[in-house]
Unconditional design. Structure first.
Ligand code: NDP
Ligand code: 2IT
Length: 447
């Protein structure tokens, strides 16, 4: 390995030894940059890799809130402002009991390169809390969000840092947080994205990550295999925002989606998922995916998550969470005929799973390229807020499609230019990295 990369990796592993998810993504990205680093000695001179792997700012804070019975709870809140070279920090907020600094740093690090790939002027950040929204009443969610924002508002702003949704944060939570920001700051600005359509939100933002995932996948299938979604069987994990709109677009493009999941188990509907049933369960009633079989008795429900990857499919779209496909699940997918994997979730494939895809010639669209449609549309929401204007659904959708096709080609071209033609993981890392590096070099170092 290149000596500079080796040295930086060793330093990060020593300094952040207790952050396995962060180390996983840093290792993946740095290892794919070997040729670039060899060709650009000026990066080492400017300490670029050391600077890139250390967040500009990490904010950790107490979030105190009261439940409906009057009991006081304390959670931990985070915002990692990772890199502002190309624009204000931008990235989602995750509310899930598993949230810790390692997870927020891995998501923030990925976000730097993803946001760079969108071609829009946004830096990388991420935040969240170990608060568990499951089983909480609306008023408990509201009090938590208000308390979280009471502290977070000190550090964010429309030109500084613009959070959005991620796992556990959708329109309801963004609304409560926005209301509190406005109350405290007396400002109606684009400080959050994913807002409601009546108060500054963008059409297509709700659909954007899932739709964008399918637009990029469709372009990959067309350009690398002269193929398309039409007539394909698709397995999608998760049943949240990304999974639902990936199902909708894949179906519109002629595929049959046969499985969805949540953290308890998965449903298999060989006739094709009825999305109106899923939307009613998940978006209206906030229920569990197993309720699908009550409405569609010909479908089956199985407890446990990883079994979903044993269902035969042509295309797999993991849209739940990190490390949900391990080496063994990847082997299962390949054995059953899967020829393309595109990641809606962030880092859903373990390094062992990625090695299986690469060994088996599976087309692989990595998360930072494939799921960039959400944040790209967030950046379009910021533009509309600055303009005090709003574009139609069709206008935003067309921009999203153009951006996703452009991301595929930027990744493909970079993979070719740096001697790894068709390796979209290397291409995404390289293309994302080069733009951030050039911005960092332009802006100098603080002495
Ligand atoms: P949601 O909260 O809407 O849905 C998350 C889904 O994933 C749920 O079905 C949930 O099941 C499941 N899930 C979450 N954690 C786990 C876990 N530990 N094990 C198994 N299943 C789990 O989130 P999103 O759809 O917004 O996010 C899904 C993924 O997409 C995440 O990786 C996120 O980072 C990524 N992403 C999201 C974007 C967005 O715009 N929202 C943009 C780009 C990426 P359950 O209900 O049981 O928890
Ligand atoms: O992982 C992601 O890109 C997101 N959760 C969306 C971030 C955003 O700012 O829209």
């Amino acid at each position: 390995m290149n000596a500079y990369i080796e040295e930086v990796l060793a330093k990060v592993k020593q300094r952040d030894a207790h952050e396995p998810e962060f180390l996983q993504t840093v290792e993946e990205v740095l290892k794919s940059l070997e040729t670039v680093i060899d060709q650009h000695p000026e990066y080492q001179k400017a300490g670029l890799l050391e600077r890139l792997t250390e967040p500009e700012r990490v904010i950790e804070f107490r979030v105190t809130w009261t439940d409906d019975a009057g009991k006081v709870h304390v959670n931990r809140g985070y915002r990692v402002q990772f890199n502002s070279a190309i624009g204000p920090y931008k990235g989602g907020l995750r509310l899930h009991p598993s949230v810790n600094l390692s997870i927020i740093k891995f998501l923030g690090f990925e976000q730097i390169f993803k946001n760079s790939l969108t071609t829009l002027p946004i830096g990388g950040g991420k935040g969240g809390s170990d608060f568990d929204p499951k089983g909480k009443s609306d008023t408990e969610i509201m009090r938590f969000c208000q308390s979280f924002m009471t502290e977070l508002q000190r550090y964010i702003g429309p030109d500084t840092d613009v959070p959005a949704g991620d796992i556990g944060v959708g329109g309801r939570e963004i609304g409560y947080m926005y209301g509190q920001y406005k109350r405290l700051r007396n400002e109606h600005t684009g400080v959050l994205t994913g807002k409601g359509l009546n108060w500054g939100g963008s059409l297509t933002r709700t659909e954007a990550t899932g739709y964008g995932l399918c637009y990029l996948t469709q372009e990959m299938l067309k350009c690398m295999k002269n193929d398309s979604f039409a007539g394909k069987t698709v397995v999608i994990s998760g049943s949240g925002n990304v999974a639902i709109y990936a199902t909708e677009k894949a179906t519109q493009l002629g595929a049959k989606v046969v499985a969805l999941s949540d953290s308890n188990g998965y449903i298999h509907d060989p006739d094709g998922i009825k999305l109106d049933v899923v939307k009613d369960i998940k978006e209206v009633r906030r229920g569990r995916i197993k309720e699908y079989v009550d409405a569609v008795p010909t479908a089956t429900y199985t407890e446990g998550c990883s079994g979903i990857w044993t269902i035969p499919c042509d295309i797999a779209l993991p849209c739940a969470t990190q490390n949900e496909i391990d080496g063994a699940s990847a082997e299962e997918l390949v054995k059953n005929g899967c020829f393309a994997v595109a990641e809606g979730a962030n880092m859903p494939s373990t390094p062992e799973a990625i090695a299986v895809y690469q060994r088996s010639g599976v087309l692989y669209a990595p998360a930072k390229a494939a799921n960039a449609g959400g944040v790209a549309t967030s950046a379009l929401e910021m533009s509309q807020n600055s303009l005090r204007y709003s574009w139609s659904f069709e206008e935003v959708d067309a921009k999203l499609k153009g951006i996703m096709e452009g991301i595929f080609h930027a990744c493909y071209d970079a993979s070719k230019e740096y001697g790894e033609e068709g390796d979209l993981m290397a291409g995404a890392n390289i293309a994302g990295f080069l733009k951030v590096c050039s911005a960092m070099l332009d802006q100098g170092v603080a002495y």
